[in-house]
Design a protein around this ligand. Sequence first.
Ligand SMILES: *Cc1c(COP(=O)(O)O)cnc(C)c1O
Length: 376
Amino acid sequence: MKKINFNKPYLTGKEDKYILEAVKSGKISGNGIFTKKCHEFFEDRYGFKKCLLTTSCTDALEMAAILININPGDEVIMPSYTFVSTANAFVLRGANIIFADSHADHPNIDETKIEGLITSKTKAIVVVHYAGNACEMDTIMAIASKHNIYVIEDAAQAIDAYYKGRPLGGIGHLGAFSFHETKNIISGEGGMLVINDEKFSQRAEIIWEKGTNRSAFFRGEIDKYGWVDIGSSFLPSDINAAFLFAQLEHLDDIQQKRIDIWNKYYEGLYELKQRKIIQLPKTPDYSTNNAHMFYIVCESANERTDLIEFLKNNGIGAVFHYLSLHKSPFYKKKYRGLDLVNSDIYTNTLLRLPLFYGLNHDQSFFITDTIKSFYL
Ligand SMILES: *Cc1c(COP(=O)(O)O)cnc(C)c1O
């Protein structure tokens, strides 16, 4: 059996053609033809009010932190079980991060733990839709509105995923997506900020364009542009957008394929779940499953280490995921909160299996079979 890597980027076949088109158009900096095509795709398909491609989800989150005017000492609530960028974007602007625990049966933030963490300094709640599964958004939006704070969706993993029929990334005041090569839809590095609260639209364009009103200038709304706010170079080259657009044209096909693989894993490992040997992912009933990730939850950290080693010896690249941020070398000295038991459990026991477009049925069968032979 050939080695099965954890991930293998999928190419739809049009990427190079569109990149060449972008190159030949004579304009390869940001906000070109393909950037606009991508924006339109998302606005049409999901009804997002305003989209801005960024060079990464990390950058989209940094834009969000600037837009909601995070100042030193402000507090931002988020799960501890997430990627560093979720927190870093706000730490860069001086925020203190208030970490909340995950659900016992899902890595998403436990919405019942949020309100108790709110103080007069709280500026925002950042939710992370782990594995593309929705957080309990109605509850979270109601808490935010009651306390007059913002909700930002880290929808890095949540493309084409829905909460009660509403597309993720389009529910909070702002949403951030990733097109990193490990996500469902990719452009190497890439991301997008979704602006759902119109009051942020104009300023978002300015921050995106290095703090200038260049976008309005190019639309002919003003006769010269200049420095009007803080900002950075958050917009990607149109070459990146060309790659992304080729992927977006195949979104349905990519999603169907990933969902098939996901279902094969679930069926293949169901016996281990029935016998309470491992846990399988649970999609909350208010959420769809966009098949971003297939993970299992082991009984202990040692068991997971042994299983990773066993899979590796069989040529299978399975990997653990986040390490609780409240215990990270960077943040643990600053952390004053409670123990986050569930976050630590996922840190120690969650294992991700290979999931990419090119993974065929023989391979996924071999993987579930190998896992079963480890346990049975
Ligand atoms: C991938 C990911 C990010 C970072 O995305 P980049 O595009 O690599 O910056 C942030 N948050 C979560 C939850 C992610 O999965």
